[in-house]
Ligand binder design. Structure first.
Ligand code: UD1
Length: 418
C-alpha cells in the first residue's frame, strides 16, 4: 500500500504557484461533451479525478489528449450517452455528466453515486431539477435511465440548499433548453462562475452566476472554445496551513486571491500575518498559533467545508480552545481519530469538534479516509515531532498534484513509498 513518510518539524518556507482547481476542472470536462468541437483546457491539474473524467469522455466517444497541463477534448465524434458503473464509481462528482449528456443527447444513463466517506451525499436536488426541466428519470436498480421525450424546457428551479453539483447540472442542462431557466438559491462558489463563464464563451446566455439567482436563456448551439482553469483555492489553504503549523512563511502565486477571503479571518485570528494582492497571498506564521475561535463551515462565501480539516490541525497545535462546526457534510470528522493518535486533543459530538490545542503533535502511523482529511494529516505530520506514515494516499492523489514535490520544495521532508 502506498504511503507518505514524513519527518516533521521542518519549517515550510518559500514560494509556489498553486495548481489548477480540481473542482473547477471537473464540470468543465463534463461541459466539453455538451459543446460541439474541440475544447482546450489549460492549467489542468494532473490528478486521478481528472483522469477519471477523461476516461468517461473517451468512453463516450470524445477524442481526448493531454500534453503537460493542457487537455484537449474533441466532442464531435461523441455518440455514447451511457456511462458504465465502474467509470461512474471512479469519482462521485461524475454525476455532473448528467446535465451535460441530457443537454447534448436528450438522454443519459448513469449510476447513482452511493454515499461516500464524508456523508450520504444524496442527489435528489439534481434529479428534481432535471425532472423540472423535462427529463423522465427511471431509478431502477441504482441506474439512472434518463430521457427527455419532449426535449428540455426552461423552468424556475428553487434549490432547497445551494448545492454546487446541482447548480452545475442545471447550468449544463439549461444552456440549450427551450426558453428561460431561473435558478433560485443557486450555489455561489467560484467554480459556478467559472463554468458559466466557459459556457458563455461557447455561446451560452447565462447571467448572474456567482449570485443566488441565475438566469439562463436557452440557445440553439454551443461551440467549443479554449479556457484556462482557475487555481485551486482549497489546495492553497492546505499550503497556507502547512506554513502556519510549522511557524513558516509562504508566498502563493494565486490569481483571484479574493476567493481566499472566506479563510483569511481564522488565519489572522491564529496570529498569522496575511497580505493579499492581485498576484497572490503572503502568509507569515507566529512561533506558536493562537486559538482560532469558532469555525462554521458554510456555502460560499462562508468558510469552505473542504478546508475545515486543515484548520482543525492548526487548532490542534494552537494555544487555547477552538471549535469547528461542520454544517455541510455529516461525516467529515473521520480524520479526528487519526489526529488523536498523533496526540491531538479533540472531542467530537455530531457536527461539532472541540479542539484543545497541545504544544506539539507526535509522529504516528495514520490512515487517510478521504481527500481533505488526508491532506490535513499531511499538514499535521509536517509539524509533528518524529516520523509520521500516512496511508490511504490515493485519496490525496485525487486532489493534490505532486504534493510531496511541492512540499519538499518548501523545506519539508516527505517521501512517497510504494
Ligand atoms: C462540491 C465539491 C466538494 C465540496 C462541496 C461543498 C466538487 C467536485 N465537489 O461537492 O468538494 O465539499 O461542493 O462545497 O465540486 N445535497 C443534497 N441533495 C443533493 C445534493 C446535495 O442533500 O441532491 C446536500 C449534500 O449532501 C451536502 C450539501 O447538499 O450536505 C452540499 O452538497 P453539494 O454542494 O452538492 O456538494 P457537491 O457538489 O457534491
Amino acid at each position: 500500500m502506498a504511503c507518505f513518510v514524513i519527518n516533521g518539524q521542518n519549517k515550510i518556507e518559500g514560494e509556489m504557484t498553486v495548481q489548477g482547481a480540481k473542482n473547477g476542472a471537473l464540470p468543465l470536462l463534463a461541459a466539453s461533451v455538451l459543446v460541439r468541437g474541440k475544447t482546450v483546457l489549460s492549467g489542468c491539474p494532473q490528478l486521478t479525478d481528472i483522469t477519471a473524467a477523461a476516461n468517461i469522455l473517451t468512453y463516450l466517444g470524445c477524442k481526448v489528449s493531454a500534453c503537460g497541463d493542457v487537455m484537449s477534448i474533441d466532442s464531435e465524434s461523441a455518440s455514447g450517452f451511457a456511462v458504465t458503473d465502474s467509470l461512474m464509481h471512479e469519482m462521485r462528482s461524475s454525476i455532473v455528466f448528467l446535465g451535460a449528456l441530457l443537454g447534448r443527447f436528450g438522454k443519459a444513463e448513469l449510476t447513482a453515486p452511493g454515499g461516500c466517506e464524508i456523508g450520504l451525499r444524496p442527489i435528489d436536488l439534481h434529479l428534481d431539477a432535471m425532472r423540472t426541466l423535462g427529463a423522465v428519470i427511471d431509478e431502477t436498480g441504482g441506474r439512472l435511465i434518463c430521457s427527455c421525450p419532449d426535449g428540455l424546457k426552461g423552468a424556475r428551479i428553487t434549490l432547497s440548499f445551494p448545492s454546487v453539483g446541482a447548480t452545475e447540472n442545471i447550468l449544463l442542462a439549461a444552456c440549450t433548453a427551450k426558453g428561460e431557466t431561473i435558478i433560485v438559491n443557486a450555489a455561489r462558489e467560484p467554480e459556478i462562475k467559472e463554468l458559466a463563464g466557459f459556457l458563455n464563451s461557447c455561446g451560452a446566455d447565462i447571467k448572474g452566476a456567482g449570485e443566488s439567482i441565475i438566469r439562463i436563456n436557452g440557445v440553439k448551439k454551443l461551440t467549443a472554445c479554449e479556457h484556462r482553469i482557475g487555481q485551486d483555492r482549497i489546495a492553497a489553504v492546505t499550503y497556507m496551513a502547512a506554513a502556519a503549523v510549522t511557524g513558516g512563511s509562504i508566498r502563493l502565486h494565486f490569481k483571484n486571491s479574493e476567493m481566499l477571503m472566506p479563510v483569511a479571518e481564522p488565519f489572522e485570528k491564529s496570529g498569522c500575518r496575511i497580505i493579499q494582492d492581485e498576484n497572490g497571498v503572503w502568509l507569515k506564521a507566529p512561533e506558536r498559533l493562537k486559538k482560532l475561535g469558532m469555525i462554521r463551515t458554510m456555502p460560499y462565501p462562508g468558510f469552505p467545508t473542504d478546508s475545515q480539516a486543515d484548520l482543525a490541525v492548526m487548532a490542534s497545535v494552537a494555544r487555547g480552545t477552538s471549535t469547528v462546526v461542520e454544517n455541510i457534510f455529516e461525516n467529515r470528522f473521520k480524520y479526528v481519530g487519526e489526529l488523536r493518535r498523533m496526540g491531538a486533543q479533540i472531542r467530537t459530538e455530531n457536527r461539532v469538534a472541540v479542539i484543545e490545542g497541545v504544544r506539539k503533535l507526535n509522529g504516528a502511523k495514520v490512515v487517510s479516509h478521504d481527500l481533505r482529511g488526508g491532506s490535513a494529516l499531511v499538514v499535521a505530520a509536517l509539524c509533528a515531532e518524529g516520523t509520521t506514515i500516512v496511508y490511504g494516499i490515493h485519496h490525496i492523489d485525487r486532489g493534490y498534484e505532486k504534493i510531496e514535490t511541492q512540499l519538499n520544495g518548501l523545506g519539508a521532508e516527505i517521501f512517497r513509498k510504494e
